[in-house]
Write a protein that binds this ligand. Structure first.
Ligand code: SF4
Ligand code: SF4
Length: 456
């Protein structure tokens, strides 16, 4: 019996060695050199121990220690598979939420600098915002040479992408075909999912529409500023496009806004096609994409079972973390809802705080969830965050880059995602290793790196 347990221990150690070998090689492919090095150190240590325990396995005390080692590993393995999380506190009641007014969004407020009449109207109601907004208005606009991360050849690329998005807004809506065709709702949802993925969506979810999913008033464009948003649609289709993690690692440089723009273009294209597809069956459908949303993406994505709200105030997708861009299609059709799942991401956010520790402006709370708009939820200090964006001339994205959930969708990271979905102890261990492998604190680059775009 003791001999069998000793052999099992040696087999386990071989497995652990293989794990560190694969981790080291895959980290090299991901250009995560620190992680590759740390995994290599673990591999060497494990191999030396393996060699020692195997060589001297005839000695009684070594054999007994191997048995003890196996028992510890076996307990560890069983505990890793158990599911236990502390009971989450008070449930978030979204139906209590005061609807968000798009005029309060920083992009809308930044646009006001071009419309003195609207500016007067806005600050008459919100005088406390005038000073901070005036400071933001006075900062150079995105694309300016004065910005920290301006790049002579790359900057006009994201500008072109956002100009293109502006021109595609009319494609987001239209009249449905005259004849309403009969559809099987299950089959139709399946077809929509396949089409969205065929056009490049990384993930997709369905949910029914509630008032709290909508802005109360429009604010992004001067011609419709202040219009009340009315909804007569029943279902939202949430389209996820995952971003290139390597681009985000260069945060907060120009690479972040390039990747962000690319994925907004992609999300707009997919949502416009899906909305047009539904209209071809004779049903109303409208795409909501960058600078053209009536809807709030995060609560929709959470309700569609795609992830949870993270400390950084964004959706943390169950597979791609917060490194995603979202577009929505709303339709009058009542389609089957995706299952809303518990991924325990919010639990992880409770103690992780990596985004908060790394935010260069202190915009992310390191304490418990604040309450605003009538309900408890993570939200950031958008004024501080946006001021910084206008200083550097790029989306910042440091919070996305450091988030332990922002990892490529590889076998190793899938394994870790499964591991942390089981229990609170696994989550604590995973965060310890995330800090060790990838570092707790990220340094900020002084300028945009010479190579912005990836090799392929
Ligand atoms: S984008 Fe940058 S400044 Fe804004 S919250 Fe994230 S880390 Fe902070
Ligand atoms: S960095 Fe940590 S605390 Fe912040 S969103 Fe990601 S998991 Fe949550």
């Amino acid at each position: 019996m003791i001999y069998i347990l000793h052999i099992l221990y040696i087999v386990c150690m071989t497995g652990i060695g293989l794990f560190f070998l694969i981790l080291s090689i895959s980290s090299l492919f991901e250009r995560e050199f620190r992680a590759a090095f740390v995994a290599l150190v673990f591999l060497i240590f494990n191999s030396l121990l393996w060699l020692f325990l195997n060589t001297y396995s005839d000695i009684e005390s070594i054999r007994s220690s191997n048995v003890g080692g196996f028992v510890v590993l076996a307990i560890f393995g069983v505990v890793s598979l158990l599911r236990f999380f502390p009971k989450s506190g008070e449930k978030r009641d979204m139906f209590q939420a005061v609807q968000y007014d798009e005029r309060d969004n920083m992009f809308s407020r930044n646009n006001l600098r071009n419309y003195p009449e609207l500016m007067k109207e806005y600050y008459k109601d919100k005088p406390d915002r005038e000073a901070i907004d005036s400071d933001i208005h006075n900062r150079p606009e995105f694309g300016s040479k004065e910005h920290t991360y301006f790049d002579y050849y790359a900057t006009p690329c994201f500008e072109a992408a956002f100009e293109y998005l502006e021109r595609t807004i009319p494609a987001s809506n239209g009249n449905p075909a005259e004849e309403k065709m009969e559809i099987d709702k299950e089959e139709f949802s399946k077809a929509i999912t396949e089409i969205a993925k065929f056009y490049g969506a990384s993930d997709i979810g369905f949910t029914s529409l509630e008032n709290y999913h909508f802005y109360s008033h429009r604010g992004r464009h001067a011609d419709r500023w202040g219009e009340e948003i009315k909804n007569d649609h029943k279902t939202a289709i949430v389209i996820v496009t995952s971003m290139n993690v390597e681009m985000f690692r260069k945060a907060p440089s120009n690479a972040v806004i390039q990747e962000s723009a690319r994925k907004y273009v992609e999300a707009a294209k997919i949502s416009n096609v899906v909305a047009g597809y539904i209209r071809n069956f004779g049903y109303q459908a409208r795409a909501h994409n960058d600078a053209n949303y009536d809807t709030l993406c995060v609560p929709l994505a959470v309700d569609a079972g795609l992830g949870e709200l993270g400390r950084l105030g964004l959706l943390v997708h169950n597979k791609y973390g917060p490194s995603v861009r979202l577009a929505i299609v709303t339709t009058e059709l009542e389609l089957p809802k995706s299952e809303k799942k518990k991924y325990h991401i919010e639990n992880f956010c409770g103690f992780c705080k990596k985004c908060s520790d790394n935010c260069p402006t202190g915009s992310i709370s390191g304490n418990s969830e604040p309450e605003s708009r009538g309900f408890r939820h993570w939200s950031i200090d958008q004024e501080k965050c946006f001021s910084f964006w206008k200083k550097i001339g790029s989306d910042c994205g440091v919070c996305l880059a450091v988030c332990p959930y922002s990892k490529p969708d590889t076998f190793m990271h899938r394994l870790v995602r499964f591991y942390i979905s089981r229990n609170i102890l696994n989550q604590r261990i995973a965060l310890f290793f995330d800090d060790l492998l990838y570092g707790r604190k990220k340094g900020l680059p002084k300028k945009t790196p010479d190579r912005i775009f990836p090799d392929k």
